[in-house]
Design a protein around this ligand. Structure first.
Ligand code: PLP
Length: 410
């Protein structure tokens, strides 16, 4: 273990909550992470001490709020190793970030017959915006198949890339944990003149992010899965692309001038930030970045790898063929998301029994219905690990699963 989880757990007030007299076991961080006290404090003191609207106030308080917001942009920028903070666009969430690319870049660059290549394990947020473009512009949405173990099957990549204008793939799957070879896909996209968008919602919170290593053109992620508040997401894009793209939403903040005849747009990033931004959430995201950096993202990654290995081993030792864990076994190509089917018990029943033992997991299609169809299931039980989980959480999951088996045994 590269850091002391029992100490770190104390940073997260909600993790001291009890369920039925037992400590809460939170294994649903792929849905949303818990928040450290430092993030809560920063949001609280933002409202208590410097709350004012940003960018247009000519008084000290408004300047302080503006500075806090723009400092958070700098923090997010350096967290993903961007050297230009104007390339960081604040959105509502990852979903909005990908819709921004589809609506702004897609509507002005894609035409009938152009192809957007996605993978078969994508979240709906990286599917539906392209389906919408298929309806509005006649583009084709094409699918990278998966291998039996849930990796990208790239044997036919040359054919898959024919006519492609955008490769839009997940940096890490929210269902299988799979971490695809993004750099290789970005290079392959560029070789055929296409761009590459990475849905990094499950990537940025869990491992060091280096844009130069990823080699993509757009990166979308969401604050609430990385110890930050809800209501704040990020789109990073190459400045030359962002500059050439039309504004997404219109209104205040995003203009330089407005007349009765028309308007001119602001420079990036504000061109894409219409209206009053979620200032407290942005400042809170900056605090989340500070927190994760204080732990160290290399440490987070090492810890999650060790814990994922432990979970895969423990669950397979204890349940054998009674428990199917979808996705790759090799922790060098997967994150700590464990999607499971237990005997023939419905995932919702499993999660209800786990809940009665204080174990929070998610049951359902995880907003990845095409993947569910491929796996030939309607739903799975998903346990997801984060920096504040340890072996005792995995053991509690295994014990509660055993109790589930006993509950449903004839
Ligand atoms: C891989 C992936 N992409 C996108 C999203 C959407 O995130 P948000 O709902 O914050 O926009 C999620 C959230 O579950 C996700 O796991």
């Amino acid at each position: 273990m590269s850091f002391n989880v029992s100490v770190l757990k104390k940073d997260f007030p909600l993790l001291s909550r009890e369920e039925n007299g037992e400590p809460l076991i939170y294994l649903d961080s792929a849905a949303t992470s818990q928040k450290p006290q430092k993030v809560l404090d920063v949001i609280d003191s933002y409202y208590r001490e410097i709350n004012a609207n940003v960018h247009r106030g000519a008084y000290r308080l408004a300047e302080q709020a503006t500075t806090a917001m723009e400092e958070a942009r700098e923090k997010v920028s350096s967290f993903i190793k961007s050297d230009r903070s104007e390339e960081i666009i604040f959105t509502k969430n990852a979903t909005e970030s990908m819709n921004l690319v589809a609506r702004s870049w897609g509507e002005s660059n894609l035409n009938e017959g152009d192809v957007v290549l996605v993978s078969s394990l994508e979240h709906h947020a990286n599917i539906v915006p392209w389906h919408q473009l298929a309806e509005s512009r006649g583009i084709e949405v094409r699918w990278i198949p998966l291998t039996e173990s849930g990796l990208f099957d790239l044997t036919d990549l040359d054919r898959l890339l024919d006519g492609v204008k955008l490769v839009a793939v997940s940096g890490a799957s929210n269902v299988l944990g799979t971490v695809p070879p993004v750099r290789m896909l970005a290079d392959a996209a560029h070789n055929v003149g296409a761009l590459c968008l990475v849905d990094a919602s499950q990537y940025v919170p869990h491992r060091p992010t280096d844009l130069a290593e990823l080699g993509c053109d757009f990166l979308a992620f969401t604050g609430h899965k990385m110890c930050g508040p809800t209501g704040i997401g990020v789109l990073w894009g190459r400045s030359e692309l962002l500059e050439s793209m039309p504004a997404f939403l219109g209104g205040g903040e995003m203009i330089l001038d407005v007349t009765k005849e028309g308007f001119t747009t602001n420079t990036i990033p504000w061109k894409f930030e219409a209206g009053t931004p979620p200032i407290a959430e942005i400042v809170g995201l900056g605090a989340a970045v500070d927190y994760l950096e204080s732990v160290g993202m290399e440490n987070v990654l090492d810890h999650e790898k060790t814990l994922t290995s432990y979970a895969l081993q423990t669950l397979s030792d204890r349940f054998g063929n009674d428990l199917i864990i979808h996705g790759p076994n090799d922790v060098s190509v997967r994150g700590g998301v464990l999607s499971m089917c237990y005997q023939d018990v419905h995932p919702h029943d499993v999660s209800q029994i786990l809940d009665s033992h204080g174990v929070c997991v998610r049951a359902g299609h995880h907003c990845a219905k095409p993947l569910m169809k491929l796996l030939d299931v309607n739903a799975t039980v998903r346990a997801s690990l984060y920096l504040y989980n340890d072996e005792s959480d995995v053991d509690a999951l295994a014990d509660a699963l055993e109790a589930t088996g006993q509950f449903f045994s004839p």
